[in-house]
Design a binder for this molecule. Sequence first.
Ligand code: RP5
Length: 192
Amino acid sequence: MEGSLTAAFFVYLYSTQAVFMAQPLVGIIMGSDSDLKVMQDAADILQQFGIAYELTVVSAHRTPLRMINYASQAADRGLKVIIAGAGGAAHLPGMVASVTPLPVIGVPVKSSNSIDGWDSILSILQMPNGIPVATVALNASKNAGILAASIIGSFDSSVREKIKQYKDGLEKTVLEKVDGLRNAGYPNAFDQ
Ligand code: RP5
C-alpha cells in the first residue's frame, strides 16, 4: 500500500514535468517552429554533452515584447548562453544580443521566406560594433550547440572534458579514414 502510494506520488510529480527539469544553462530560441528541423541538432548535441537547455519560439517580429522579456530576463534566470536561430530577415539573434549581457550564438536558417540563405546569414552576421553575435554557418545549429558547450566548458571542467573527448573522437574518425584510403591503395607519401 505504502509502495503504491509512493509510486503514485512520483507519477504525479512527473506529470507536472517542471519538477524534474534541471536549471537550463543554454536557451535555444527560434523565430518559428518551422526552424525546429534545423535547431534540433543544437538540442541533440547539448543533450549528448549532458548540458541542460530550454527550447522555445521567440519571434523578433511577431512577438517583440516576448523577445525583450526573454532576453532581458535570461541572465537572471540562470542561462549562460543563448542560441538564436532565424531565417530570412533574421533579426532575432541581433536583437536578443542587444538586450542581454550573455553571449549570443546566431544560427542562420534557410527558411521558407529565405531567398537563398544569404539573407539569413547576412542579417545575423553583419552586426554593428558593440553588439556581437557569434554566427555559425547556414543551418549549422550543431556547431552552435558545440560552441555553447565550449562556453560552458570554460568554467565547468566536466563539460570541458566531454568536449575534449568529442574532439578526440573526431580526430580518431579522420585518421581511420586516412587508413581506409591508404589501405584501398591510394598513394600517400605523407603517412609512411
Ligand atoms: C522567421 O521566418 C523564422 O525564424 C522562420 O525562419 C521564418 C518563417 O517562419 P514561418 O512563416 O514558417 O512561421 O522569422
